[in-house]
Design a protein. Structure first.
Length: 205
């Protein structure tokens, strides 16, 4: 599990076990990612309880099924079924594909696609249709193996090939990561009208 702490705290890489399950207020983390491995055991009831507390107190988790676009819906696919088994008992809200005007498309970089090591799998967030507020989605689900695109070795070289778009796609994956962290740490501030002129200027409109 990769945990991105509040500004100044850096990035912590922790093992996928119950001891490293984020919770609040024991950990200051606002955002974490989880990429399920086939050999990973399901989380214990105590770990699920800590995760639910974490989500209910402002935390967000990116679940990456790494299905390379084979499942267009997070309710199907082998990776999704494995994820459901691992986190059974976690209180996951209704999800919907990221809409074109979502803050994730403009938190820092302007983008409509969210590739990782692979591309093609949609990104899903909480379905907030008809609801007001600036809450950040507590659950984000994708399948493009984002950590695989971000991973570097001790010599700062990429660890895995990115397909089909090569290094340009890797750059887009890093941009998505920046947007993701900005979104989880700052919320929906980019929806404020004060930002509209600068966004339109960047879009060339």
């Amino acid at each position: 599990m990769v945990v991105v702490d509040r500004p100044g705290a850096g990035i912590v890489v922790a093992a996928d076990d119950d001891r490293d399950t984020p919770s609040s207020p024991a950990t200051p983390s606002r955002f974490s990612t989880h990429s399920g491995a086939p050999e990973q055991r399901p989380l214990s009831p105590a770990a699920i309880e800590r995760l639910n507390t974490y989500l209910h107190t402002g935390g967000s988790i990116l679940f990456d099924t790494r299905e390379q676009g084979e499942a267009a819906d997070p309710r199907s696919g082998a990776g999704t079924r494995r994820l459901q088994q691992l986190v059974r008992g976690l209180e996951i809200p209704p999800l919907a594909p990221v809409p074109p005007d979502h803050v994730l498309t403009k938190a820092f970089y302007l983008m409509q696609d969210f590739p990782g090591r692979f591309s093609g799998a949609p990104l899903w967030v909480e379905n907030r249709e008809g609801r007001a507020g600036d809450e950040v989605s507590s659950i984000i689900v994708g399948g493009n193996d984002y950590a695989g695109a971000w991973a570097i070795d001790n010599n700062n070289r990429p660890m895995f090939a990115v397909v089909p778009g090569g290094e340009h796609q890797r750059e887009q994956a890093f941009r998505f990561g920046v947007n993701l962290v900005m979104y989880t740490l700052t919320g929906n501030y980019k929806t404020d009208q004060v930002h509209v002129p600068s966004i339109l200027e960047r879009l060339g409109q």
